[in-house]
Design a binder for this molecule. Structure first.
Ligand SMILES: Cc1ncc(COP(=O)(O)O)c(C=O)c1O
Length: 433
């Protein structure tokens, strides 16, 4: 056991769940072997506590580091913000500059509020929506954070959130009074959406959904939702926390051609520095003044300073084109290698958030094995590749070289189960020992 794994064992005794984010639990990737902690991260390379350096072909800061780790331009803006005092009794003028920038990118929107995490931004957006229309029910598609308004969906029996996110998310601690304030529909399941709208007509405040993630909208799914929400006076909130800045600068809805009433942005907006935003039309956003939404650290300077630098660089370097290109190379390469070795995988996801699933009886065993063998070859790799500006064509070629070897090993199993050096990875939420 290396220093990283040892520290994680200690962490689990001191920090319930070991870490603050489910996706950063080593158990989600390679139990007992995933290098839980990093010493340094630069570009797309990460060095762990045992001085092993890996190329990150996985989540790149769980979707945050779209420009790569430790980006010089963003870091410079942050260092300037630190040197000029990152917190003060007065407000940071960067908030206003960022608002203008975000509204220029999203011309349909009139006003902006800030938070520092995606989940906070969603809570703010839902509160504003409920306050503005004076209704309570929210129809939800996808993952939108850990807060009560969202987890309340699982107060209903049958683990509804497993259809749109993960299994086993217990709503313990969420007041039972929030039951029936939140109902789930799956992406592209328009029939279910329509059923919910009919059933709760007149009581629905908002629809909260990712405009895109793993699959493209089918049969005008987004347009139809837009029409119905407009007719019914329901606030349409597109959660762009993960989808934003992948297809273009700002929200992916700009590319998909459907205009919501509000959006939430996070993750890539700060390239690793905490920053999140809610943008929307004045009609709804002004309700933020009719309810109480306020937090001390939503006013510090580093977040907006970082975001301004991220957006500037994103535009200058045409990062959308780059990550789409990298993602295309990854998807094509994975498909080619799967064909070469007759490995049954399904490749999905928008190009910058490529994803694949092993289509075998025990897919998690194969996924764990893939991670295990890729780690031995110097890669942080799982069944998702989040492209960043720091990845180059050469990075992808080398990565595919390692995938070639691992797929070859899987092919040689002839349908038998691979042998794991540790335990199989978790898929949903599980309490840790
Ligand atoms: C679509 C979406 N919304 C909200 C969130 C929550 O963001 P955060 O983890 O920053 O609270 C996430 C995080 O993965 C997400 O993917």
């Amino acid at each position: 056991m290396g220093n990283s794994q040892e520290l994680y064992e200690k962490a689990k005794k001191l920090i319930p769940g070991g870490t603050q984010l489910l996706s950063k639990r080593p158990e989600m990737h390679l139990p007992g072997l995933w290098p839980a902690y990093y010493k340094t991260a630069k570009g797309c390379y990460v060095t762990d506590l045992d001085n092993n350096t890996y190329c990150d072909m996985s989540f790149m800061g769980i979707g945050a580091n779209i420009l790569g780790y430790c980006d010089e331009d963003v870091d410079k803006a942050v260092i300037d913000a630190v040197n000029s005092g990152s917190m003060c009794t007065l407000n940071a003028p960067e908030e206003v500059e960022l608002a203008e920038t975000l509204l220029e990118i999203h011309p349909w929107a009139d006003m902006v509020r800030y938070a520092r995490t995606g989940g906070e931004a969603l809570s703010v957006a839902v509160r504003i929506a409920r306050a503005s229309v004076g209704k309570e029910i929210v129809l939800v598609c996808g993952y939108h954070g850990w807060h009560d308004w969202y987890l309340a969906a699982n107060l209903e029996k049958g683990d509804p959130l497993s259809y749109v996110h993960l299994s086993g998310l217990e709503p313990k601690g969420v007041p039972s009074g929030l039951a029936d304030t939140n109902f789930i529909f799956a992406y592209n399941d328009y029939a279910r959406f329509e059923e919910l709208v009919c059933k709760y007509r007149g009581q629905i405040a908002a629809v909260v959904m990712e405009p895109i993630r793993n699959v493209y909208p089918q049969e005008n799914f987004l347009q139809k939702i837009r029409e119905v929400t407009k007719e019914e006076g329901i606030v349409l909130i597109f959660d762009e926390v993960s989808a934003g800045f992948r297809l273009c600068c700002g929200g992916s809805h700009l590319k998909l051609g459907v205009t919501p009433d509000m959006i939430t942005l996070g993750k890539a907006l700060g390239n690793g520095y905490p920053m999140a935003a809610v943008a929307g039309t004045e009609k709804y956003m002004k309700a933020a003044q009719d309810t109480f939404i306020s937090s001390t650290y939503w006013t510090e300077k580093i977040g907006p300073a970082a975001s301004i630098a991220v957006i500037k660089k994103y535009k200058e370097k045409k990062v959308d084109e780059h990550i789409n290109h990298i993602g295309t190379l990854v998807k094509e390469g994975l498909g080619r290698l799967a064909d070469k070795y007759a490995i049954d995988i399904e490749i999905t996801g928008i190009n910058p958030l490529a994803h694949f699933e092993f289509k075998y009886e025990q897919p998690l065993v194969y996924k764990t094995y893939f991670t295990q063998e890729m780690l031995k070859r110097g890669y942080l790799a799982t069944n998702a590749v989040y492209a960043s500006y720091a990845h180059t064509d050469a990075t992808v070629v080398e990565y595919l070289g390692a995938v070639d070897e691992v797929f070859h090993m899987i092919a040689k199993l002839g349908g038998g189960l691979p042998v794991l050096d540790g335990e199989v990875c978790h898929s949903g939420f599980q309490r840790l020992a």
